[in-house]
Design a protein around this ligand. Structure first.
Ligand code: FAD
Length: 533
């Protein structure tokens, strides 16, 4: 099989044009071929090009490879398990958290016979959905069951974007995408360059993955929060977990995939001496524009083309005060969601359905923050986040309505008293306000400058009536729990910090990939296998 890259064809090309392009690149028609990746290049909106990567089967592969230096063999992306549980193994690994990291870790362990126990502080996904709506529709927050906590983790109510720029030499991402398709994701996620799933399907997929894990001998326990860890006084190796139910669960291999919002768990781990350190993250707001504006600016006369879907954007600006400002987690045709997990604090994020057909485009506009901005040790970033979340709660009216401001007012430095043409999508509603007191001054200054720069890249971006809601503080974990080559905590053997909360991922795809990596490390450690790949 040969991999052909950068086969560029016009957006409206007939299907046979790809056959011809493949044959031309090979110098002869292949026996068969399949599209590995389809992306687009919209730098010129009037002349959008599709870019294909194709795997082609040919009769004389060796000859062709020798003749044409541009050709490469297709990589073998088959997933191979690194270890299998021996018959009758009594020891069971424990996975804490059922976000994409915990889910993929548990799935790999179950598929290789290790019968993991899966602990989740929140509820099963259907019940969790009811609680999440409780905040969105009735302004009632359940601190244990919300957008951040519960089966499926933080990305369940999301856009389900699945692309990432991580290095993935062992094609763990391919395994993840195939498992997602098996669980009900659209087949196209295997080949389009910017795949997404949407909230509705994510809920079903999470349930199907649970069914497979339990059918393979895994055991799910909902509403069981890990409240403490017990370690050997000499070696510090993990011995047991203490659960919110009062149970002491013996455990020697614990994958800790608790996400970036488990603030109480971070405090507990810090109290128990688990090595951790502060790390940079970002804070800002969500911004909304009419999706039609973004489609027009990005795709021009091709706006509305089915192959392109709703347009996205990615914007970056280096502000004169040294801060980086960038768009984050852009959700085309979606809505802004209430993503708080603590009472009296307010957090925004974004989600969309698969069709991405709602009126507004939304994205975080966030500013980079460094540990020097919040001195005070590994947990200081959490206090920093809380401060701004409390200010936003206050500015919104102390009832989980979000403070919202027109971009025109934000740029002019005055509070909004009414909103304009862009109706905010945030539920349970917004309060026109001034967002500047809800963010550090340097962030406000950098964002004002960035909006003007973004408007040059994407004309209309700084339109007066674009609406901002805040605050966006959970962009990534404010701390890292470092681990060694064997994926175990540097000072607590048997504890495998993983995923976004431990600082090893940023998004659904990378969290799932990290789950696979760490599951392999556990499987190898439990069978005395070789080094982690
Ligand atoms: P999480 O998904 O956060 O999962 C952690 C799990 O651990 C949770 O289920 C939690 O309940 C559980 N837990 C925590 N503490 C304990 C404890 N002590 N005991 C037991 N269980 C515990 N990323 C994308 O790539 N694309 C998107 O489109 C996207 N959209 C998003 C939209 C929203 C609204 C949000 C909130 C996030 C979005 N993200 C998106 C980010 C993405 O969801 C995260 O990067 C990803 O979920 C991290 O995975 P994780 O498994 O590491 O942690």
């Amino acid at each position: 099989m040969l991999r052909l890259t950068e086969l560029r064809l016009p957006l409206d090309h007939p299907p046979e044009a790809l056959d011809a392009a493949v044959a031309e690149r090979l110098g002869a028609a292949p026996t068969r071929y399949s599209v590995f990746r389809r992306g687009y290049d919209a730098r010129n909106p009037r002349r959008i090009m599709l870019a294909y990567t194709v795997d082609a089967e040919v009769r004389d592969e060796t000859d062709l490879l020798a003749r044409d230096p541009r050709l490469r063999p297709s990589p073998d992306m088959t997933y191979r398990f690194v270890a299998e549980a021996p018959e009758g193994l009594a020891d069971r690994p424990v996975v804490v958290g059922t976000g994409p990291c915990g889910l993929m870790a548990a799935l790999i362990l179950a598929q290789s016979g290790f019968r993991p126990i899966i602990l989740e502080r929140g509820k099963a996904v259907r019940e969790r959905t009811q609680d999440t709506w409780g905040l969105w529709r009735r302004q009632v927050l359940n601190p244990e069951s919300n957008v951040q906590f519960g089966e499926g983790g933080a990305g369940t109510f999301s856009d389900g974007k699945l692309w990432s720029q991580i290095r993935d030499p062992f094609f763990f991402g391919r395994k993840l995408l195939k498992e997602f398709v098996k669980a009900g994701a659209p087949e196209e996620i295997l080949f389009i360059s910017k795949p997404h799933i949407g909230t509705f399907r994510l809920v079903q997929m999470v349930e199907r993955i649970r069914s497979e894990i339990t059918a393979l001998g895994g055991e799910y326990r909902f509403g069981q929060r890990v409240d403490d860890i017990e370690t050997d006084p000499g070696t510090r190796a993990i011995r047991a977990l203490h659960l919110s139910t009062g149970e002491r669960l013996e455990a020697r291999h614990v994958i800790l995939a608790i996400g970036h919002s488990a603030r109480d768990s971070f405090a507990m781990l810090h109290g128990r001496g688990v090595q951790m350190e502060a790390k940079p993250f970002s804070v800002g707001v969500r911004i909304e524009h009419p999706q039609s504006l973004i489609n027009l600016r990005r795709f021009g006369p091709n706006a509305g083309n089915m192959l392109l879907g709703a347009a996205d954007y990615r914007l970056v600006h280096h502000a004169s005060n040294g801060r980086g400002v960038y768009s984050f987690c852009m959700c085309p045709g979606g809505r802004v969601v209430a993503a708080a997990s603590e009472a009296g604090r307010l957090v925004t994020n974004g989600m969309s359905q698969y069709q991405r057909d709602e009126r507004n485009a939304n994205a975080g506009i966030v500013v980079g923050i460094n540990p020097e901005d919040y001195p005070g040790g590994p947990l200081a970033g959490i206090e920093f986040q809380r401060r701004w979340e409390e200010r936003a709660f206050e500015a919104g009216g102390r009832n989980y309505r979000a403070p919202a401001q027109r971009v025109g007012d934000f740029l002019a430095g005055r509070a909004s008293t009414t909103l304009g043409e862009v109706a905010p999508s945030y539920q349970p509603g917004v309060t026109p306000a001034d967002l500047a007191p809800c963010l550090p001054d340097f962030a406000v200054a950098a964002m004002r400058e960035a909006l003007a720069a973004f408007d040059r890249d994407l004309p209309g971006f700084a339109m007066g009536d674009a609406v901002m809601t805040g605050v966006e503080t959970r962009t990534s974990s404010p701390l890292r729990i470092p681990r060694g080559e064997d994926c175990q905590s540097l000072n607590t053997p048997g504890l495998y910090p993983a995923g976004e909360g431990a600082g090893y991922a940023g998004g659904i795809f990378s969290a799932g990939v990290d789950g696979i990596r760490v599951a392999e490390a556990v499987a190898l450690a439990m069978t005395g296998g070789g080094p982690v790949r």
